[in-house]
Design a protein around this ligand. Structure first.
Ligand SMILES: *[C@@H]1O[C@H](CO)[C@@H](O)[C@H](O)[C@H]1NC(C)=O
Ligand SMILES: *[C@@H]1O[C@H](CO)[C@@H](O)[C@H](O)[C@H]1NC(C)=O
Ligand SMILES: *[C@@H]1O[C@H](CO)[C@@H](O)[C@H](O)[C@H]1NC(C)=O
Ligand SMILES: *[C@@H]1O[C@H](CO)[C@@H](O)[C@H](O)[C@H]1NC(C)=O
Length: 414
C-alpha cells in the first residue's frame, strides 16, 4: 500500500485500537447468521499486519500526513513504518495469530445473548474480544477502555464480563489435572530437572488484592473491606496450570486453603494422583514449608538440619529447582494488567479475572505463544530454618518421612 493511502486510512483514525480491530474483524451485522463472515480476509490481514502493527501508529500518522512538508527528521521517523510484531503482545498479551484463533473460537459465544438494554450491540467478535482482553491484559479502567474503543462504559463492562464468563464456563477444560500418559510425561519432565521421579506438580498459593476504594460510590464501611483473595494453583514443569481454586480469603494460611480445597479431598479419597498401586500413592505434589508434609505432598527439609553435601541438601536443591515453574507462573499471572494491581471490583469479578487469566495462560502455552510468560526470571531463595509442619497422624507422617528419605537419595547432586 502506498503511503498516501495509508495516511488517509490512518488519519481517519477514531482510536487506534478500535480502528485496527474493526479493520481486521469487521462487524457482520449484515450477515448475522453467517458463521464465517467474521473470518479474516487474508489479504486485509497481512496488509494491516505490515502497516499497522506498530505501537507508533499515531506517530506514523502524524509523520505521514505531514509528509509533504518534509520535516527534517523525516528520515529517522520513516523507520517507524517497519511493522512492529510486538503490538499485539504489548496490547493483548498474545500474538496476532492467537488473537485471530481466539476470535474464531469464541465468536458464537461472544455474540449471543446480548442484554436488551444494550440492544442492538453491533460489535464484531473481534472488537468484543479486544475490549475484554484489553481490560485483562492492560488493566485500565472502564472509562479508559470506553475512550480507547469508542464505546459506552456499559458496553465495555458487558464485553469484559462476557469474555470472563465464556472463558470460565465454556473453556474450563483448558485447566485439567493430567491423567494417563500425561501424568507420565509431567513426571518425566520434573525428573529430568531434578532426578526425583513421580512428581505430578507443584502446589502454591497466589494472593491478589481486591479493593473497593477505587469506587467512589461505596460507603465508608464498605471501604474498609479492602481484602486479599487467594488462589491455590498446581503447575507442571512447563508452567501449565493443572488445577486452580480461586476465591479463598487471603488471610487464611496456604495449609488451611489446601485442606479446604477439593484438590485435597480428591487426592485423599484416591480420585486424583491414584496410579492404582496397592500401596496407595506413589505420585506426589511438592510445595514449600507453608504446607504440611504428607505422603503425597513433599516439602523441604529444614535448612539448618542439612549437612553440606548430604542427600537432604541435594533434595532441597532439587526441590527448589522444581518449584521454579510455580514462581514463574505466579509472576506470569501478574503480567496481566488487571491482576498486577488491586482489582477495583467485587470479589466475584476479581475471581473471574483470576480464572480467565489462568485459562488464557494455558491456552497460550498450548499454542506455544509465550507472550504472557515472564522470560527473564529471577527469584530469591528463602531459607527455611524451621522444620515444616508434620501432621498429627503418626502413620501418615512416618510414611511421608520414609518417602521423602527415599526420594532424597535420588536427587541430582548440584
Ligand atoms: C445496529 O445495526 C442496525 C442494522 O444494521 C441499525 O439499524 C442500528 O441502528 C445499529 N445500532 C447501533 C447502535 O449502531
Ligand atoms: C496500558 O495501555 C497504555 C496505553 O494505552 C500504556 O501506556 C500502558 O503501559 C499499558 N499498561 C499495561 C500494563 O500494559
Ligand atoms: C514411582 O512410581 C513407580 C510406579 O508407580 C513406583 O514403582 C516407584 O516405586 C515410585 N518411586 C518412588 C521413589 O516412589
Ligand atoms: C534451626 O533453627 C531453628 C530456628 O531458628 C532453631 O530453633 C533450631 O534449634 C535450629 N536447629 C538446629 C539443628 O540448629
Amino acid at each position: 500500500m502506498e503511503s498516501r493511502k495509508l495516511a488517509a486510512l490512518l488519519s481517519s483514525l477514531v482510536s487506534q485500537l478500535l480502528l485496527i480491530l474493526l479493520l481486521i474483524f469487521p462487524p457482520n451485522s449484515l450477515h448475522p447468521n453467517s458463521f464465517h463472515s467474521n473470518s479474516i480476509d487474508s489479504t486485509t490481514f497481512s496488509l494491516i499486519h505490515h502497516f499497522l502493527f506498530s505501537q507508533q501508529t499515531a506517530v506514523t500518522t502524524t509523520v505521514l500526513s505531514r509528509k509533504r512538508k518534509r520535516p527534517k527528521h523525516n528520515h529517522h521517523n520513516h523507520h517507524r513504518l517497519i511493522p512492529n510484531p510486538d503490538w499485539f503482545p504489548n496490547t493483548f498479551l498474545m500474538t496476532s495469530s492467537t488473537f485471530e484463533w481466539l476470535t474464531n473460537l469464541l465468536e458464537p459465544l461472544l455474540e449471543c445473548r446480548d442484554p436488551s438494554y444494550l440492544f442492538p450491540l453491533n460489535l464484531s467478535a473481534g472488537v468484543r474480544l479486544g475490549i475484554g482482553l484489553f481490560r485483562l491484559a492492560n488493566g485500565s479502567d472502564y472509562t479508559e477502555i470506553s475512550n480507547q474503543f469508542n464505546v459506552p462504559v456499559s458496553v465495555a463492562k458487558f464485553c469484559v464480563k462476557q469474555l470472563c464468563r465464556v472463558l470460565c464456563t465454556n473453556f474450563r477444560f483448558w485447566i485439567s489435572f493430567p491423567n494417563g500418559n500425561d501424568v507420565k510425561s509431567v513426571a518425566e519432565n520434573f525428573e529430568s530437572i531434578s532426578g526425583l521421579p513421580n512428581c505430578s506438580g507443584v502446589v502454591f498459593c497466589s494472593r491478589f488484592e481486591v479493593s473497593s476504594l477505587c469506587s467512589s460510590s461505596v460507603s465508608q464501611q464498605q471501604q474498609q473491606k479492602q481484602s486479599t483473595i487467594a488462589a491455590q494453583i498446581v503447575v507442571d514443569s512447563a508452567c501449565r496450570i493443572l488445577s486452580i481454586a480461586a476465591g479463598f480469603f487471603g488471610h487464611r494460611t496456604d495449609s488451611m486453603i489446601l485442606k479446604a480445597s477439593s484438590l485435597f479431598n480428591d487426592i485423599e479419597e484416591g480420585n486424583l494422583m491414584n496410579d492404582g498401586s496397592v500401596n496407595g500413592v506413589n505420585q506426589y505434589l511438592i510445595g514449600d514449608c507453608e504446607y504440611p508434609l504428607l505422603p503425597w505432598l513433599m516439602v523441604p527439609f529444614a535448612d539448618n538440619v542439612t549437612v553440606s553435601g548430604s542427600v537432604e541438601e541435594n533434595f532441597n536443591a532439587a526441590h527448589e529447582l522444581m518449584r521454579i515453574p510455580a514462581f514463574k507462573t505466579d509472576a506470569s499471572l501478574r503480567k496481566w494488567g488487571v491482576l498486577s494491581r488491586p482489582v477495583c471490583e467485587e470479589i466475584k469479578m476479581a475471581v473471574a479475572y483470576i480464572g480467565a487469566c489462568s485459562i488464557l495462560h494455558n491456552s497460550l502455552l498450548m499454542r506455544e505463544d509465550f507472550s504472557a510468560l515472564v522470560s527473564d526470571f529471577e527469584h530469591e531463595r528463602k531459607s527455611v530454618n524451621h522444620p515444616c509442619v508434620l501432621e498429627d497422624d503418626p502413620l501418615k507422617t512416618s510414611k511421608a518421612l520414609a518417602m521423602r528419605a527415599t526420594l532424597a537419595t535420588m536427587a541430582k547432586k548440584n
